[in-house]
Design a protein around this ligand. Sequence first.
Ligand code: GLU
Ligand code: ZN
Length: 492
Amino acid sequence: MASATPVRVRFCPSPTGNPHVGLVRTALFNWAFARHHGGTFVFRIEDTDAARDSEESYEQLLDAMRWLGFDWDEGPEIGGPHAPYRQSQRMDIYQDIARKLLDAGYAYPCYCTTEELDARREAARAAGKPSGYDGTCRTLTAEQKQAYEAEGRSHIVRFRMPDEATTYTDLVRGEITVQPENVTDYGIVRANGAPLYTLVNPVDDALMEITHVLRGEDLLSSTPRQIALYKALIELGVAKAIPQFGHLPYVMGEGNKKLSKRDPQASLNLYRERGFLPEGLLNYLSLLGWSFSADQDVFSIEEMVAKFDLADVNSNPARFDLKKAESINADHIRRLDVKTFADACAPWLKAPHANWAPEDFDQAAWEAIAPHAQTRLTVLSDITANVDFLFLDRPVQDEASWNKAMKEGSDALLRTAREKLEAADWSSPESLKEAVLAAGEVHGLKLGKAQAPVRVAVTGRTVGLPLFESLEILGRERTLARIDAALAKLAA
Ligand code: GLU
Ligand code: ZN
C-alpha cells in the first residue's frame, strides 16, 4: 500500500464535555499512524454545534493532548497552511461550498417541515418501505420553490445521493458495499443557515488534504454519504482525492455494553486523577483493537509507533479491562528512572492531595523512600497513603487497622521491640529487622506476627512499604516515640 502521497491524518473531536478513553484511542491511532509514516498529524476542532460546544471543553481537549504527549503538526495555537483549525472560524468557507453544491445541483433546498417528514416516515414504515428521506423536494420547479417561500416556509440544504451502490475498501473492515436505498439524501445546512457535521467534516478533510480517515465505528454509516460528497467536491475542483477510511472497533465496557461517553470508567480525567502515567494509559489503549505482538503487551510509545500498522487493527469489538490497564500502568511505573518517578509523584505529595501540611513535606525522606514505593505502586495517587507516616506528626489514626494488629499481648511485644530497637544499629534495615525478629522470639511470634503491631504503631496502617526501610528513614527518635504513644494508648 506504498503511495507517493505523504500521509495526512486528522484528529477532529467536538468540544462537548470531558475527553473520554474512546476519543483518546482514536487520537492515539491517528497520531501513531502519522508518526510511523513520517506524515502529518492535523488537530482540528469540530465546534460548529454552538448549543453543545464549550470553551471549557476546548481547553480541556488541548490540555489532554499535551498531557498525553500528542504533538500536532497543524492545529490550534500553532496554525498551519490550512488555518484556522477551529470550524467555528471557518463558516464562510462552508457557506461558499454549500452555495457551489446548490448551484451545480449536487444539493437542493428541501422545504419539508419536521411534521411532514415524520408523517411520511411513519407511513413508509407502516408500508414496510425504507424510511429515509423520500426525495420529495429533489425535483421542485422554480415556481414550486417560490410558492413555498411565499408561504413563509424555510428550507434546509439537502445533498442529493447518487442512485447507485457505494463500494469502498475500509482499511480495517475490508470491502464494504452500501445500497442506495439505505443512504438517502441528507441535510448539510440547517434552516437557520448553520452548516452541519455532514458537510463541514468532509469539506475540511478535503481542503486539508487528509489522506486517511481513522475514526470510531460509530461513524461507519456516514462514510458512503461522505464519499458521495467527496465525488461532488472533486467535480467542483474543491477536493483532490477521496481519502481512505478505516473504522476502529467499538470499545465494550461493563456487561459487554458499548463503553459510553457518560460511563464514569470512560473519563480520561479519572485516569489522570488516579495517577496513570500517560505512557501506561496509552500502552493499554493501544491494545483496544490492535496488538503489539503475541507475547508482549508492555511497550513504550516509541516501540508502538515503530510497529504500528493498520493491517494489525482488528475489527472485533475490544473489551475495556480496568485490571489490565492498571497492571500495564504498574509496569510503566517500574520502568521509570527513580528521579522521574519521584517527580511524577510530586502532584500527589503536595497539597491538596496530601493529608499533611505542605511545610511538613521532607524532600530527603521522600527521596530515600521513593525507590521502595516505585516497585509497589499501581497508580501514582496511592503514594500518599504509602508515605504519609513520614510527614505527619503522628500516624493516621485508623481504628480498623489498630484493632486488626493490636491483639492480646501486643503491649508486651511492643515493649520488647522498643528495647531491641533502641539498642539496634540504625544504619541498616537489616539490624532493625533482627531487632523485631528477636522481640518476636521472646514472645513466641514469627516475624510477620511480630511486625504487625510495630507497623501500625509507626505508620497507622496494616499494609505499606517494606517496614524496616521505612523505620530507618523515619529515624530512631520518631520510631521510638510512636511505639511509646501506642503503648500509652494500649494502657489507657
Ligand atoms: N467531530 C466528530 C466526532 O467527534 C469527528 C468525526 C470524524 O472523525 O469523522 O465524532
Ligand atoms: Zn423536502
